[in-house]
Design a protein around this ligand. Structure first.
Ligand SMILES: NC(=O)c1ccc[n+]([C@@H]2O[C@H](COP(=O)([O-])OP(=O)(O)OC[C@H]3O[C@@H](n4cnc5c(N)ncnc54)[C@H](O)[C@@H]3O)[C@@H](O)[C@H]2O)c1
Length: 370
């Protein structure tokens, strides 16, 4: 194990198994860490301009160590997750001489990881790829589990593949340059694990919210990241193709995705949309008597600590329309994730349009104390 790696979380998937390695400063040892995969082939780093400008030395270090490596830059926002950009990247890879042995290294947040994974899954019918996540959301969620995608106007992530990386290399040191808003929105996915699986994550966020957001406490940050990675790895290894348990990871996402789609991915960050979605899901869980008044108010109180932009007016019929197209619907039945305790998620097919509309009203009229 390289000296900077403090934890290794295995993700067991038979021949597609891989490790999630976590360590502050890991990026300065990338040349060594990647050496087992380097056979002199062409490598491509997929990234965005802001990340390239901040972390060019990471790529230069690989060049100095003898890697044949070039960089492809895509737009710095969600618009990069588009089939036209995928085509641009495929074309540039052909021009760089990439063949089936080439390796794509996705250096960025969920946008780069999702697009990079999709490009790797499809270029010459699939080439290896490695995730080097640079946002908290990517470190604890999107880089793990092999979901890759591009968006359509009709909805997010509607075209994609399940395609696992060869490794996920997490250096929480990247977070120092991440804007506060992104850190806060990324924590949405950590608290989601708290709601659906591990109450201790919820408790930690409840007690140490400010320390987490300020990124000052390395041990605390490592603990939350490693716990989150473990939960994601366990769930994916039990249910790679989302026929059962993996659906729990959609807590807050059904309505959250609708918000993102309606705002055309422009207004809200993914995590912010999910935070609103979790407020709605908590509301419905409470309305159905699954959680007590006390748990409901405690859960909402923690969610209210996350600074969120105003949602504005959303037409409920538009939200219902997008929700009805959700990929997780089976035979027209909505699969909605609720909780019956903090730390225990469940799949419900018993959430009606009225439940959703009522939760939207509760969350959007007060936008605070629901
Ligand atoms: N595949 C999955 O399982 C999965 C799960 C959750 C979310 N997602 C997807 O992830 C995407 C959101 O990802 P995200 O929240 O990481 O946002 P993002 O990838 O859009 O990154 C946010 C911004 O931060 C910049 N950035 C990234 N790292 C930085 C750093 N270290 N320092 C400074 N700036 C940095 C990026 O260039 C970008 O402008 C959405 O498209 C969502 O659908 C996928």
């Amino acid at each position: 194990m390289n000296s900077s790696i403090s934890q290794i979380v295995p993700l067991a998937l038979g021949e597609h198994s891989y490790d999630i390695s976590v360590g502050f400063g890991l990026r300065s040892e990338l040349a060594d860490i990647l050496a087992p995969w380097n056979q002199g082939q062409q490598w491509v780093v997929l990234t965005q301009r802001a990340i390239y400008d901040l972390y060019k030395p990471v790529i230069d270090q690989l060049k100095s160590a003898g890697y044949r490596i070039d960089t492809i830059v895509v737009p710095g926002d969600e618009s990069a997750k588009n089939i036209r950009h995928a085509e641009d990247v495929w074309t540039q890879m052909v021009q760089l001489g990439c063949d089936r042995s080439s390796i794509l290294l996705a250096l960025g947040g969920g946008v780069v990881g999702d697009l990079g994974g999709f490009v790797a899954a499809t270029y010459m019918r699939g080439i290896p790829f490695i995730q080097v996540p640079t946002t908290l959301l990517a470190m604890i969620d999107s880089a793990i589990g092999g979901k890759t995608a591009v968006n359509l106007a009709a909805g997010k992530n509607l075209v994609g593949a399940i395609y696992q990386p060869k490794a996920v290399l997490v250096d929480p040191g990247f977070l120092q340059t991440l804007p506060r808003r992104n850190v806060i929105s990324s924590l949405a996915e950590a608290i989601k694990y708290g709601f659906i699986r591990d109450r201790s994550i919820f408790d930690t966020i409840e007690k140490r919210f400010d320390d987490l957001v300020s990124l000052n406490d390395q041990a605390l940050l490592s603990e939350i990241i490693a716990k989150s990675c473990k939960i994601k790895a366990e769930i994916v290894s039990n249910d790679q193709f989302e026929n059962g348990e993996r659906r729990l990871l959609n807590y807050g996402h059904t309505i959250g995705h609708a918000f993102e789609t309606i705002q055309e991915y422009g207004g809200l960050y993914h995590g912010e949309a999910v935070l609103y979605g979790m407020k709605c899901a908590n509301f419905i869980s409470h309305k159905k008597g699954l959680i007590s008044d006390e748990l409901f108010h405690r859960a909402q109180a923690v969610l209210h600590r996350f600074e969120l932009p105003e949602l504005g007016q959303l037409a409920p019929e538009r939200v219902l329309e997008v929700v009805s197209h959700d990929k997780k619907n089976i035979n027209g039945k909505l699969n909605f994730i609720l909780i019956d305790d903090i730390g225990n998620g469940l799949v419900s097919t018993d959430v009606s349009e009225d439940d959703i509309v009522e939760s939207l009203q509760a969350v959007t009229t007060t936008q605070t104390r629901t």
